[in-house]
Design a protein around this ligand. Sequence first.
Ligand SMILES: [Fe+2]
Ligand SMILES: [Fe+2]
Length: 251
Amino acid sequence: MTSLTQKLRNLQVPSTTHRDAFTEWTAQKINWNVPEIEHEGFKNIEQGIADTFSRIVALGLELELPVGSFIRAAIEKIRDIPPTAIEGMIGNIEDEEKHFLSFQRIAAKYNVKTEDKKQAALFRREAIQNKLNPIVKTRDLETIVFLPLQGVLRFYGGQSLERLVADISHDEVRHTNYGWLLSTKFKYHRYTDFENFCTRITRWAVQPLQTSKKWEDICIEIRDTGESKILSQMLNYSVHKAPFEINNRTY
Ligand SMILES: [Fe+2]
Ligand SMILES: [Fe+2]
């Protein structure tokens, strides 16, 4: 595997002392190391949970690195990204590699079906082939796919998995805020077709669950408002939401 961060060596991180919303989010970055995890069983037992875990882990293995490559493409191709944002975005690419490693560790403990790997690879290809702006693709995948599905892992997973995914989610909240801040700056709108594609991925992942409808509702809530009241009540954490300014989403 070619490291995404290695390819960033030649990118200059502009030096700046300017502080803005991007630096505020970058300051919230927590450095954490990817731990070994155990399969401690499922905290909340429900029919279909093993199948849903298989699909979510398959998606993590297929989509974490492409999202990092979309961020890299944005840095390389889009002019006028503020230096403060570039600095943070490079850190976000490093995070995606860490998330990929995390899903490799999870895959070593939880069964991932071959058919799910194949379907997740099809989603990856569709995401890569879509010509939409890479910031929008990153923003929507993180908001509509990753955040709700990490909620599933945290709600049903054992303790060590829950801790690991909490760290990943903390990163993703920061990442989604970058996406929405850049969208505001460059006036990137919502794109129904790509949102529908992302919603379709999440629906596929939760479809084996008896409570799939509830998880679909959570996905729609996060997609349309940046947070989920249903999920907040289920998880005792405050980091699992994409607290972009709702006012930004009136376009
Ligand atoms: Fe990620
Ligand atoms: Fe991310």
